[in-house]
Design a protein. Structure first.
Length: 87
């Protein structure tokens, strides 16, 4: 309950609807997952569905507006922690 109150307070301060605040948080989580995943073993659909994004087109569009790139671009240029970058 405390987290919900904190989230509602944050959305009020930012002047956005609580649903939008939660959607942005889920987009941030998706980016963290994409940036730390192995591109040849990760399916973007699984990440999106796992975070409650049921419309993949809307997920990709919202992600692009927030980060300026498609989820697949984030995943392709990611190097998982502990891995050496490709040369």
């Amino acid at each position: 309950m405390r987290g919900l109150k904190r989230d509602l307070g944050r959305s009020r301060r930012l002047g956005i609807a609580p649903q939008e605040s939660l959607r942005i948080q889920r987009l941030h989580q998706s980016r963290r997952l994409l940036r730390t995943s192995c591109h040849d073993q990760t399916i973007i659909t699984q990440i999106a569905f796992g975070l409650g994004f049921w419309d993949l087109g809307r997920f990709s569009g919202a992600y692009g507006l927030l980060y300026g790139e498609r989820p697949s671009e984030t995943l392709r240029r990611t190097v998982p922690e502990g891995s050496a970058p490709a040369r």
